[in-house]
Design a protein around this ligand. Sequence first.
Ligand code: GDP
Length: 265
Amino acid sequence: LSPILIHIYLYRKAQSKELPSFLLLGPSGAGKTTLLTLFANGTPSTTHTSQEPQTALCRLPSTVRSSEDRYRSEHDTSSRSQPQFLLVDTPGHGKLRHHAVTSLTSPGSLKGLIFVVDSAATSSSAGLTAAAEYLYDILLILQKRHTHSKTSKDPTALPVLIAANKQDVFTSLPTGLVKSKLEEEIARVRQTRSKGLLDSGIGMEDANVGDEEGNWLGEYGAREFGFGQMEEHGVDVRVAGGNVRGEGEGEGRVEEWWGWVGENL
Ligand code: GDP
């Protein structure tokens, strides 16, 4: 049976049970597809550029605690089944981002977003800007979703994991620096967007509302941006480093990301 057929089968089967899902986002080349195959199969595999979102059925490894485990005693030896979830990969290419936005606005049992960045690419100003602009757009959508949810009973808060990938690469910035650089760059993007100089270009129909405060990401009027500002808008942002691919045949270092998935399942 071809892997694609297996995936389609698993996806159908999974959908019928309304499994929890996580969305993979981030610039092209960040490592989303490789992460998808690692989470789904236990090993990273070579990827090709996809034009359509891909979905994989994943199971939390037995070494990772899920949120349900909070109520279990350390000494509870009764067997437990590790929870399953769907991981949805979205194409990172600018023109294909509407897929990501569509999934965001109709999330079903969406539990959170994993925004993958290439920690080596963020050391160049072009790479940093690309990542920050995309992240800004996503965070603003989540913020507006939260504002809207106060007046309707729809969506609940969605946490975001920023996966600072490719930490194995020599030229990569360390995780703490990826975080602070993204924050600085998002502050710059926010400044520019607030002047209405740029069009975000990703179907934000309500951008013409003229509501300046509603279109301002994070703490209104603040000069600096920090991910902590998203908390009062119901968006919990965590930055964690890792690498999908390791040296040689290693499976990389993704424990922190698994841990985050487990907490949010
Ligand atoms: P996507 O466009 O976000 O789906 O990115 P891909 O998954 O296609 O990955 C882009 C390239 O980066 C591929 O050649 C991957 O093998 C490589 N890659 C992904 N993750 C890592 C990593 O952690 N370390 C290294 N060294 N390479 C990686």
